[in-house]
Design a protein around this ligand. Structure first.
Ligand SMILES: C[S@@+](CC[C@H](N)C(=O)[O-])C[C@H]1O[C@@H](n2cnc3c(N)ncnc32)[C@H](O)[C@@H]1O
Length: 415
């Protein structure tokens, strides 16, 4: 029956049950342990459990959602660290279908019509709409045991960058290092205390390496930007419609102090400086397609992201005793006079004493952590003094091709 026939007949179209043969076949393949939409004829809020309120994290979910409102269920799957298998109508012109498609869900269209089991008292009839099974793998599959290998150099694993702001000192080039490190030194929540654009944390969250992300930043303009990206539903349309001419950018800078302005600012201003002059080829700087796709991805994860306007060390201290919290710290280059951070950022984390405090805090940190720092003598001495492991890694971003930075960690991650 189609929607109209259902309505005419006064039938609750959300209560048709998955046929056993199909559920069993899928269960055999995926081994479900949660069904947030079990068969509950005439579901009533307040009386029946709302599957959207359940915690899907860590579960293998089977979901045959109410077909009258599918979108929140798809969003929930992407907001959870879970494997979710949906049974859905074949409707490629819907918002939820495009989310599944754009985020790489595995989609299986059934050629044959599936006859659902009708609620009691109603005759089963032939389904006049095709069915689709969509599999959302937002859940890291168990890593297979490592196979002993001969000394062949292995290619680094790939991680997709969730890159939105083009911020000074952005760590996109460092992603493969961070990815490998936090795959080997697991944590549930990651705090990124000098967040900037947050590219490392967002990408690790999207890759399923961590479950939750806390971004801490002292510059209120960046905090405003992150909050707008995650929470303002008009943001994407505005970004898509913005014509990036010099006049429009100058007008935006004169008239607004909004999340939108700060994101545009990161993309059109001089690469090495948030408050720098305008770059050339402004029209190309917004990279609309890539940025919009990444904003959509970040928004789907927003229930698992916390943005805090505060001081890095203060927020780290609150979490240092929790073994499930990891830390990725990308400190501004300011440990030695003349370090780049003096020019680049409004908040500088200046002085050797602040760096020593950071090292001392990390030496007591219970969970996994990784620090990137200026390759200078002060930092190398601190790393030696605290018996941390470090190596120099080449910044292979763009103009910094020949510079090296320090990657610092502690071999022993738990007490
Ligand atoms: C090197 S940048 C981080 C770049 C970031 N990793 C990225 O990929 O975009 C350092 C950031 O730390 C911020 N910052 C400086 N001092 C801080 C403090 N005490 N607490 C929090 N953030 C601070 C700066 O505003 C700057 O955005």
């Amino acid at each position: 029956m189609n929607k109209r026939t259902h309505k005419k007949a006064g039938i609750d179209r959300d209560s048709w049950r998955t046929p056993n043969w199909l559920y069993e076949a899928l269960d055999k393949e995926f081994g479900f342990d949660l069904d947030p939409c079990p068969f509950q004829p005439n579901w009533t809020p307040g009386i029946h459990q709302n599957g959207l309120d359940l915690d899907w994290n860590g579960h293998r979910v089977f979901c045959n959602p109410p077909y009258s409102n599918i979108l929140p269920w798809v969003e929930k799957a992407y907001a959870s660290s879970a494997l979710t298998v949906f049974l859905l109508p074949s409707r490629t012109d819907t918002a939820w279908y495009h989310i599944l498609h754009d985020h790489g869900a595995e989609i299986r269209h059934y050629r044959k019509r599936i006859n659902f089991v009708a609620p009691k008292g109603i005759k089963s009839s032939t389904n006049n709409c095709g069915s689709t099974v969509a599999i959302v793998r937002n859940f890291p599959e168990p890593t297979p045991a490592p196979v002993p290998q001969l000394a062949v150099s292995r290619k680094p694993e790939r991680i997709e960058a969730i890159s939105i702001a083009q911020y000074a000192g952005r760590k996109q080039w460092f992603l493969p290092h961070a990815f490998r490190h936090f795959q080997n030194h697991r944590c549930q929540t990651l705090i990124e205390p000098f967040a900037g654009s947050g590219v490392v944390g967002l990408s690790l969250l999207y890759a399923g390496v961590i479950d939750k992300l806390v971004l801490v930043e002292k510059d209120e303009r960046l905090v405003c930007m992150h909050e707008g990206i995650l929470n303002d539903p008009t943001f994407i349309d505005r970004y898509a419609d913005f014509e990036c001419t010099k006049e429009n950018v100058r007008h935006l800078f004169r008239t607004e102090k909004t999340a939108f302005r700060y994101l545009v600012q990161t993309r059109v201003c001089n690469r090495a400086k948030f408050d720098g002059g305008l770059r050339s080829n402004l029209g190309e700087r917004l990279c609309k397609e890539m940025v919009i796709q990444n904003i959509q991805r970040a928004r789907l994860m927003r229930d698992r992201i916390t943005v805090i306007h505060s001081d890095a060390l203060e927020e780290m201290r609150k979490r240092m005793d929790n073994p499930n919290v990891g830390c990725f710290a990308d400190v501004p280059y300011t440990s030695e006079p003349g370090g780049g951070g003096h020019r680049l950022y409004r908040h500088r984390f200046a002085g050797r004493e602040r760096h020593r405090q950071l090292f001392s805090l990390l030496s007591q940190w219970r969970g996994a952590w990784l620090l990137t720092e200026d390759n200078c003598r002060t930092v190398r001495r601190l790393a030696h003094a605290y018996r941390f492991t470090f190596k120099r890694v080449r910044m292979n971003g763009s103009e910094n091709k020949w510079k090296k930075e320090l990657m610092i960690w502690r071999k022993r991650t738990a007490f």
